[in-house]
Ligand binder design. Structure first.
Ligand SMILES: O=c1ccn([C@@H]2O[C@H](COP(=O)(O)O)[C@@H](O)[C@H]2O)c(=O)[nH]1
Length: 236
């Protein structure tokens, strides 16, 4: 089954990784109608940013709450129930079976979609081995994608490097959301598994998360517009 078509403009998700609500609101104002989808993660959520979820969704934007939950099942399920009341579109949990099962239970009856984070895009094989894993990145991402699908998770966070192989496993039933996006020549920062926007779309990503190349740019709106144009061209 093919998924509902996503408009090119709605495929860009901009993380509001900023120190406070005032800075986040100023960034949203600067980006204007160029950006329709925002992400709220640790930095803003722990600085009083969660009320922005309902404010942004009330203003017609979509919001991805990137809290990467991981705890005992009951705590995850109850936490997801609370997030579901905020009006977010996506919420992340780590891709551990107990956690994913509990998150799917917690979002029942709501419109919230659960995304399972397979392997962080700042990790390479060496980082996984240092953390005690025997599998390499590609194999762990694939194993977790299969588990997530069986457990009824709505989508996956992976790097664009794995998008094509994950798409083969999960088909078009699950949303593939890819951070680790860098326009040609952009500073890579702490990301290790990266692609350009055009290549990520060609690899099968549904949504691209692009933060610092936009929010750290001298002209964030121009940076977002350039990425939107690259996405649209890759889909044409
Ligand atoms: O594997 C992951 C999961 C989440 N992220 C988040 O995406 C953005 C990326 O920001 P950039 O500035 O474009 O690097 C950030 O909020 C991360 O927390 C990720 O990078 N990788």
């Amino acid at each position: 089954m093919q998924p509902a078509k996503i408009a090119p403009r709605d495929r860009l998700i901009v993380p509001l990784d900023l120190p406070g609500v005032a800075e986040a609101e100023a960034m949203v104002a600067r980006l204007g109608d160029s950006v329709t989808f925002y992400k709220i993660g640790y930095q803003l959520a722990y600085a009083g940013g969660l009320p922005l979820v309902s404010r942004l969704s009330g203003a017609g934007k979509k919001v991805f709450v990137d809290l990467k939950l991981h705890d005992i099942g009951n705590t995850v399920a109850r936490g997801v129930e609370s997030v579901a009341k905020l009006g977010a579109t996506f919420l992340t949990v780590h891709a551990y079976p107990q956690t994913m099962k509990a998150a799917v239970e917690g979002r029942a009856g709501s419109s919230l979609k659960i995304l399972a984070v397979t392997v962080l895009t700042s990790y390479d094989d060496g980082d996984l081995h240092a953390a005690g894993y025997r599998l390499n990145v590609a194999d762990l991402v694939e194993a977790r994608a299969q588990q997530a699908q069986v457990l009824g998770v709505d989508g996956l966070v992976c790097s664009p490097e794995e998008a094509a192989s994950v798409r083969k496993i999960v088909g078009h039933q699950m949303n593939l959301v890819t951070p680790g996006i860098r326009p040609a020549g952009a500073d890579v920062g702490d990301q290790k598994r990266i692609m350009t926007p055009a290549r990520a779309i060609a690899a099968g990503a549904d949504y691209l998360v692009v933060g610092r190349p936009i929010t750290g740019a001298a002209d964030p709106r121009a940076a977002a517009d350039a990425i939107q144009a690259e996405i649209a061209q890759a889909l044409a």
